[in-house]
Design a protein around this ligand. Structure first.
Ligand SMILES: Nc1ncnc2c1ncn2[C@@H]1O[C@H](COP(=O)(O)OP(=O)(O)O)[C@@H](O)[C@H]1O
Ligand SMILES: [Mg+2]
Length: 256
């Protein structure tokens, strides 16, 4: 598939929560290209999580539609995996079982499950912790497990909802570098939600900046910083400060 083909298209999507008569987004349009990392940047409460959950088929829209690979999304799909801000691990299962869960659900043969679990635990740097329970791990390690769980199903599309948002600054940067490395090994279509401008620039090929609720597209920016990247390399790149300042201005401007 060519780099310019849309893998995900959001078409005039509207979502309202009747409980508080809150309009989260209205007539939102966006397209995610094959194997691009699209970062969605927007203020807290603007509807980023709701949008991502709609892409995953967990939240129905009131109007418009979301299309993945030519089919309208109505329920979670096999080739799409999600990484949650609060890790999304089952606390009563060990790391190994958490990573295996989606594979077993998909009915893969035991040998395949074992091989994938081992490979992805290794990839995220959790070897030696297979038998630990989530509450025995640091936040960073729990998110490594959350990442392994999502990657193990070998999804074409990865939806990430502020995956590093609850980590301390040092751990966050280490995991950003890890994700850049993993993305470099096998680029896949990725929608990465964040409220951090620096993170959006480091992770994204493009950045979609949303306004406060109801979320509207303020601007779509190209991040013209080459890969392979590291966070330190991105921050030192001459394009970093102009991009950061531009995003700041967009986020600060009050929606009319
Ligand atoms: N299940 C729900 N019921 C009612 N209101 C909700 C629900 N989920 C989110 N909201 C509201 O929708 C708005 C957007 O929420 P959310 O998508 O979580 O924003 P973000 O992820 O950008 O912080 C918020 O005002 C929130 O209170
Ligand atoms: Mg959110």
């Amino acid at each position: 598939m060519s780099a310019l083909v849309a893998r995900i298209s959001v078409e005039r999507a509207s979502k309202r929560f009747s409980s508080g008569s809150v309009t989260v987004f209205e007539e939102l349009d966006l397209a995610v290209r094959d194997r691009e990392a699209l970062c969605i940047l927007g203020p807290s409460g603007c509807g980023k999580t709701t949008l991502l959950r709609s892409m995953h088929g967990l939240v129905p829209l009131d109007a418009g539609r979301i299309v993945i690979d030519g089919a309208e999304v109505r329920a979670p799909r096999r080739n799409v995996a999600m990484v949650f801000q609060h890790f999304g691990l089952m606390p009563w299962k060990r790391v190994r079982e958490n990573v295996a869960y989606g594979l077993e659900l998909a009915g893969l043969p035991k040998a395949t499950v074992d091989e994938r679990v081992e490979r992805y635990i290794e990839l995220v740097g959790l070897r030696g912790f297979e038998r630990s329970y989530p509450n025995q791990l640091s936040g960073g390690m729990q998110q490594r497990a959350g990442l392994a769980r999502a990657l193990a199903v070998e999804p074409d599309i990865l939806l990430m909802d502020e995956p590093f948002g609850s980590l301390d600054a040092l751990t966050r940067e280490i995991l950003q570098d890890e994700l850049l490395r993993i993305y470099q090994l096998a680029p896949r279509t990725m929608v990465f939600i964040t409220h951090s401008i620096e993170e959006a620039i480091a992770m994204g090929d493009r950045i979609l900046v949303l306004s406060a609720r109801p979320a509207r597209v303020r601007e779509l920016l190209q991040v013209d910083i080459p890969r392979p990247r590291t966070v330190a390399g991105v921050i030192a790149h001459p394009r970093f400060i102009p991009l950061r300042d531009h995003c700041w201005r967009l986020l600060r401007e009050r929606a009319a």
